[in-house]
Write a new protein. Structure first.
Length: 159
C-alpha cells in the first residue's frame, strides 16, 4: 500500500474502508503478466451478457442441449449430446455473435442514446448525489471500455 498510513492493530473492516476511500487503481498480477507479453486485457462489465459473444454461444449450446435432451441430468448420453452440440457450432455462428456484440456496443456509443435521470422525489441529500456521481463515473468507464474493445475486435476479426 504505497502512500497509505494506518495503524498496525487496525481491524480488517476499517482497513478495507481506508483502501476503498483511497481510490487506488486496481492492479491484477495476471494483467501485468499479459501486458509484459504484449497482450491487451479487456474486462467485460459484469452482468452484460449482450456484450460477450461467449455468453451468446453458451446460450445457444444450452438451448440445443435442452431441446434434444431425453436423458436424466449428468448421464453419459447428456455428455455426448453436449459434445455433439459443441462440434456443430460453426465459425459463422461465432462471427455473427461478434458482429452482434459490435453492433450493440456501437449503439451504446451512439450519440443518439442519451442519458436520462428520473427524480423520484425532490429531496436531495449527499448520498443521492454520491450515487449519481458514481453512476456518471461508471458510464464514462463503460464508454471508454467499449471504444477500446470495438477497436481491438475489429482489428482481430478484420471487420
Amino acid at each position: 500500500m504505497d502512500g497509505l498510513l494506518f495503524e498496525r492493530k487496525i481491524t480488517k473492516k476499517i482497513l478495507l474502508q481506508i483502501v476503498k476511500k483511497s481510490n487506488m487503481p486496481i492492479k491484477y498480477v495476471v494483467d501485468e503478466m499479459a501486458t509484459r507479453s504484449g497482450h491487451v486485457v479487456l474486462r467485460l462489465p459484469p452482468y452484460y451478457c449482450v456484450l460477450n459473444p461467449i455468453e451468446m454461444m453458451w446460450s445457444t449450446l444450452k438451448r440445443g442441449v435442452k431441446k434434444n435432451n431425453t436423458s436424466p441430468n449428468f448421464s453419459a448420453s447428456v455428455v455426448e449430446l453436449i459434445r455433439k452440440q459443441v462440434n456443430n457450432m460453426k465459425s459463422d455462428g461465432w462471427k455473427n455473435c461478434v458482429r452482434h456484440v459490435i453492433e450493440v456496443e456501437e449503439h451504446y456509443l451512439s450519440p443518439n442514446v442519451q442519458n436520462f435521470i428520473i427524480n423520484v422525489n425532490n429531496d436531495s441529500d449527499s448520498e443521492d448525489e454520491q450515487i449519481h456521481q458514481s453512476d456518471l463515473d461508471e458510464d464514462d468507464y463503460y464508454v471508454g471500455f467499449l471504444e477500446k474493445k470495438i477497436k481491438i475486435i475489429k482489428q482481430h476479426f478484420e471487420i
